[in-house]
Design a protein around this ligand. Structure first.
Ligand code: TYD
Length: 211
């Protein structure tokens, strides 16, 4: 039996990880693997309801700790309902964001204590950790340009988080790079400024070498 593999995609807004996750899913399916795609926050019916609260631009009154617990509430549901059962069945699970997002955004971005975040992680995830994390890294300018383009194209209002100041995103990016330096065996950092197909090839090479 093929053991399940838990692979997460991380990076600042506009880095292209969602596109890369889809391309990797297609590629793995061509190799004959069963792939389960999921997303944080979201990924389950309950998670999608929580996601609405988190990303609603009207919710300016949300406290940083409230936000933190809602991200973990969505994650706990995803772990129990989707991720663990899929891994137990031997599938490859690709997750768009996981606890590294919380460490980067709520920890480095908003200044919440990493110990608090890791304590909630133990409650929500019961020790489940990604086997491999692909950090799609772009600089801040590229992130802001892509976010503006994306919002203009979809005619959408910017999400509450996209709205925030550039210095916040700079801290988040630095946080991600620090996490990757701290755990080089789990993280692969991939330059997300290259064309989509070039990034996809890099991702597939890394997966082929490791999974
Ligand atoms: P989304 O529209 O899915 O953005 P993206 O396509 O960049 O993933 O919104 C998710 C937002 O939630 C994103 O700005 C990052 C933020 N987030 C956190 O702040 N903490 C978390 O733990 C997670 C999972 C996401």
């Amino acid at each position: 039996m093929n053991p399940g593999r838990f692979i997460t995609f991380e990076g600042i807004d506009g880095c292209g990880k969602t596109t890369q996750l889809r391309l990797l899913a297609e590629w793995l399916r061509k190799q004959g693997r069963t792939v389960v795609e999921t997303v944080e926050p979201g990924g389950t019916d309950i998670g999608r309801q929580i996601r609405k609260i988190l990303l609603d631009p009207a919710n300016t009154a949300i406290h940083a700790r409230t936000e933190l617990m809602l991200y973990f509430a969505s994650r706990a549901q995803n772990v129990e309902e989707v991720i663990r059962p899929s891994l137990a069945a031997g599938h490859v699970v690709l997750c768009d964001r996981f606890t590294d997002s919380t460490l980067a955004y709520q920890g480095h971005g908003r200044g919440l204590e990493p110990d608090t975040i890791l304590a909630l992680d133990r409650i929500a995830c019961h020790g489940l950790r990604p086997d491999l994390t692909l950090l799609i890294d772009i600089d801040l300018e590229t992130s802001l340009t892509r976010a503006r383009r994306r919002n203009a194209r979809s005619g959408q209002e910017e999400s509450r988080i996209d709205d925030e100041h550039a210095s916040f995103h700079a801290r988040v990016r630095d946080g991600y790079l620090a996490l990757a330096r701290h755990e080089p065996a789990r993280f692969v950092v991939i330059d997300g400024r290259a064309p989509i197909d070039a990034v996809a090839r890099r991702v597939a090479e890394e997966i082929a070498a490791r999974v």
